[in-house]
Design a protein around this ligand. Sequence first.
Ligand SMILES: [Zn+2]
Length: 186
Amino acid sequence: MPDGGSHYPALVLNADFRPLSYFPLSVWSWQDAVKAVFMDRVSVLSEYDTEVRSPSVSMRLPSVIALKEYIPAARRPAFTRFNVFLRDRFECQYCGGSFPTQELTFDHVIPRSRGGRTTWENVVTACSCCNLKKGNRLPRECQMFPRQPPRQPTSWELQENGRAFPPNYLHESWRDYLYWDSELEG
Ligand SMILES: [Zn+2]
């Protein structure tokens, strides 16, 4: 028996053979993947060399599985802090710098104190430095304008942006199903 659920994750593809989600990348533990195989909900496209055995069955652990039934993407993405960062590709919309998530903040283009609302159209990703610098001023008062006018992204756009951020773990059998932007640059 392989140890721990974190080993041998299976990449989960939608019925169209594209990842169910790019970011975070859709992966299941081997336990969930094996369960789905037995429930006939997925097809196995690739396997690890490692086997699991029970008294009656033995099977190689799936490394890539595809759902048999297509799951449509939610049409309107949730307005969350994470999705705002993803829309803005984790780049400060004022200085253009890339930062780890914990150094990014949520900036109201029109400050709340000046009547700005917390919506897709008025919130952008900003580094703490720019956020502090901008303070409670309007863009024209401090000449700080977001690089992209903020708006509600589509789920498709978020998925596309997510492709630019490869996960830490990549099994070689996954590469055929993932087309990271970084590979295109080479
Ligand atoms: Zn900045």
